[in-house]
Design a protein around this ligand. Structure first.
Ligand SMILES: Cc1cc2nc3c(=O)[nH]c(=O)nc-3n(C[C@H](O)[C@H](O)[C@H](O)COP(=O)(O)O)c2cc1C
Length: 330
């Protein structure tokens, strides 16, 4: 049900994704404000939400929940679920249909401690039979594209990894994202882009490569090493919201116009989006998390990160940022 295009896009159950560049699901980061900012910078073909508990989803309000708030321009948007129980799937999927999701992603790759408690995310993958049943149930519950996000496994075991990926494909997954690290590997370790290539060659569905892409050159290297059909960017997108546009232009040859915004204007736009869309108590934490990554653009960026970090209100954080951009933003 998925097709690759020769111009670098893909079609999943009739949904066109072009360019094949996706914003990764990231807790506290991949919300409406960052999604909108990267869309405005251009070059993004697909957006993901941060991971959402399937069990809680039916009770969440899309007007007040920071996980579900969404602007009309944010599409195509795949909602990422973490789950362990089959019975949670149908109510969650019904809610996602109401919310006009363009696709549903199953988190099979995140090793966060809160998922360990539930046995979800990467902790599910030790039991492929269980995953098979969950995917089968999800597939039967929706007409939307279904995707899955995985890591490479507990250890480098090619046949186990490929059996797992072929199982996902066989159960009707339309798109696979592979984060090129083993389950317990930290972000400081170099991702194994060549192993993403091993998966890519073994399945017919499109594969997005993920992990460690912070520049156009790294995007090129990753595509070369993996042969993947597209890329998913996480931290690189929070550091450089314009990176999708650069990759779309320089790697895929697409005529993406620059937004012309300075870095300060991007920071201000992000803060304004938080203020426009999020309840008061949900803004500052998200600004702090974004600043942690965005500060990496500057030689003295630690000044931006720490002054925003110490702020007790949005207004104080914005004043501190303004001060930084005035005097130290090199
Ligand atoms: C703050 C943060 C939160 C994350 N949250 C999620 C998540 O909700 N779901 C998920 O599948 N992966 C999550 N990840 C992993 C990213 O999606 C991605 O796989 C990882 O950061 C590697 O890509 P990158 O090097 O481009 O950042 C998270 C990563 C970070 C840094």
């Amino acid at each position: 049900m998925s097709a690759l295009s020769t111009t670098g896009g893909m079609t999943l159950r009739g949904l066109a994704i072009s360019p094949p560049l996706a914003l990764a699901p990231m807790v506290g980061l991949s919300h409406s404000a960052l999604r909108t900012l990267v869309l405005e910078e251009g070059g993004t073909g697909l957006l993901f939400t941060e991971m959402l508990a399937a069990r809680k989803l039916p009770q969440e309000s899309d007007r007040t929940s920071p996980y579900l708030i969404r602007g009309t321009e944010e599409r195509p948007l795949f909602y990422q679920l973490f789950l362990t129980e089959n019975e949670d799937i149908a109510p969650a999927v019904d809610r996602l249909h109401e919310l006009e999701a363009q696709g549903i992603d199953l988190n099979l790759g995140c090793p966060a401690p809160q998922l360990r408690r539930h046995g979800a995310g990467v902790f599910l993958t030790g039991d492929p039979q269980r995953v098979r049943i969950l995917i089968r149930t999800l597939r039967a519950a929706t007409h939307l594209p279904v995707s899955a996000k995985i890591r490479l496994g507990e250890c480098l075991d090619e046949s186990r990894l490929l059996d797992f990926c072929r199982m996902l494909e066989g159960e009707g997954v339309d798109l696979l994202t592979v984060h090129g690290r083993l389950d317990k590997e930290k972000f400081c370790r170099r991702p194994r882009w060549d192993w993403i290539g091993t998966v890519k060659r073994a399945v017919a569905i499109p594969v997005l490569a993920n992990g460690g892409i912070f520049s156009v050159e790294e995007a090129r290297q990753c595509l070369r090493a993996s042969g993947a059909d597209g890329l998913m960017l996480g931290r690189g997108a929070a550091c450089r919201p314009w990176l999708f546009a650069d990759i779309a232009r320089e790697v895929y040859g697409l005529p993406i116009a620059s937004s012309g915004r300075t870095k300060q204007e991007m920071f201000d736009r992000f803060a304004a989006l938080l203020e426009e869309r999020f309840p008061v108590e949900r803004r500052l934490g998200r600004l702090k998390q974004f600043s942690h990554y965005f500060a990496r653009n500057f030689r003295f960026g630690h000044l931006l990160a720490t002054s925003v970090q110490k702020s007790e209100t949005m207004d104080e954080a914005k004043r501190q940022a303004e001060e930084f951009f005035l005097h130290s933003a090199i």
